[in-house]
Design a protein around this ligand. Structure first.
Ligand code: P1T
Length: 381
């Protein structure tokens, strides 16, 4: 039977522990598993490769993204690193020009040194990709909504282009979460998540994940996963399994609060631009409406005539929102992308993507909306 999202979030991959009946998957805090004779074991040999707590989480994550397989990594960057390791010198990658700063840094400062070429392209019109495809193109990497200006990329259109040229197509689905968007259903080959964010949901774990259907791709990535070893421990796997049980409830609240905050900001006299995919005038809003179920709780905004000093002052004047990197937790956060999450991107490239010094990014949490709006009002006053 195909269960709905909330039921999968609570149950997928998990059944009562056969030895005790414990309803929660135990934390298998062990590095190794005893073998009856060499190679004769119950599916688990050494915990870098496989651990039962992690297996339960991987099965749950695969179910949430309507995928056959999932692999969990010790961070989102660990997951991205594994995908990049599918490439070899001479290969080319097409990606967006508005990306999480850490992804940009890994592509330009690590993998470019191994002879891999990256094209950072405006993906407002997915057809733009066509201009950069040649026989060396092996990967298309897309974030949507993008971090931090919430640009929307047409997943179905990218998938068609990728398929026609036999290019592996990856979607970083961190900002949407599987509750709002399922890229594999729209033709993506791999979905990547910073599990640290909405999936974990409680700002207490760093983790990443990849989900996919194709068996060969899964085997190649599972080989890299085990060989290179960026695999998470059982305690973190347990915390995420527990966090995911309320993903659907949290996401509903993030979307509701996000909508209220976005409208509040748009109507505030000191606010200049507001980036939130739910606005009709937001670029590619019609595509967001097609490929997402709601618009989420991530919002960026600029204030009128603000210097960087004014922006720093504003960022530090909140009482409920905390000034911190990261997003997707129950608590509301504010971030200054230009000097925090996106500091590794050269200023000119950053500014082309809209990441100007006066831009602030909000991860709207699930606190009472009246308190969030009051906090915004007092800070902007
Ligand atoms: O932090 P980590 O779990 O390694 O995930 C990296 C990552 C990948 N993709 C996206 C879209 C991300 O936003 C991130 C991490 N981002 C932040 C820490 C941030 O505050 O934007």
């Amino acid at each position: 039977m195909a269960y709905k999202f909330g039921t999968k979030a609570i149950h997928a991959g998990q059944s009562p522990d056969p030895s005790t009946g414990a309803i929660m998957t135990p934390i298998f805090q062990t590095s190794t598993f005893v073998q009856a004779s060499p190679g004769k074991h119950q599916g688990y040999a050494y915990a870098r490769g496989k651990n039962p707590t992690r297996t339960a989480l991987e099965d749950c994550l695969a179910a949430l993204e309507n995928a056959k397989h999932a692999l969990c990594f010790s961070s989102g960057m660990g997951a991205t690193d594994a995908v990049a390791k599918l490439l070899k010198p001479g290969d080319e990658v097409i990606t967006g020009n508005d990306l999480y700063g850490g992804t940009y840094r890994m592509f330009t400062k690590v993998f470019a040194n191994y002879g891999i070429k990256f094209h950072f392209v405006d993906l407002h019109d997915a057809q733009n990709i066509q201009n950069y495809i040649n026989e060396n193109t092996k990967l298309i990497w897309v974030e949507t909504p993008t971090n931090p200006t919430m640009k929307i990329v047409d997943i179905t259109a990218c998938a068609k282009i990728a398929k026609a040229s036999k290019i592996t197509f990856v979607v970083d689905n961190t900002f949407a979460s599987p509750y709002l968007q399922n890229p594999i259903d729209l033709g993506a080959d791999i979905v990547m998540h910073s599990v640290t964010k909405y999936l974990g949901g409680h700002s207490d774990v760093i983790m990443g994940a990849l989900m996919m259907n194709d068996e060969t791709l899964y085997e190649r990535l599972a080989f890299i996963h085990n060989s290179c070893g960026a695999t998470p421990g059982p305690m973190d796997s347990f915390l995420v399994l527990r966090g995911i049980k309320t993903l659907h409830l949290r996401m509903k609240a993030h979307c509701e609060n996000g909508k209220a905050v976005a409208h509040f900001l748009r109507n505030h006299p000191k606010v200049d631009k507001v980036y939130w995919p739910g606005f009709e005038e937001h670029p590619n809003h019609d595509i967001a409406k097609k490929q997402m179920r709601d618009f989420g709780g991530m919002i960026s905004f600029t204030t009128k005539n603000a210097s960087i000093e004014d922006t720093f002052k504003l960022a530090s004047s909140f009482k409920v929102f905390s000034l911190a990197e990261s997003l997707g937790g129950v608590e509301s956060l504010i971030n200054h992308p230009a000097t925090m999450t996106h500091a590794s991107i050269p200023k000119a490239d950053r500014e082309t993507a809209g990441v100007v010094d006066s831009l602030l990014r909000l991860s709207v949490g699930v606190e009472d909306i009246e308190d969030l709006l009051e906090d915004l009002a007092q800070a902007l006053n």
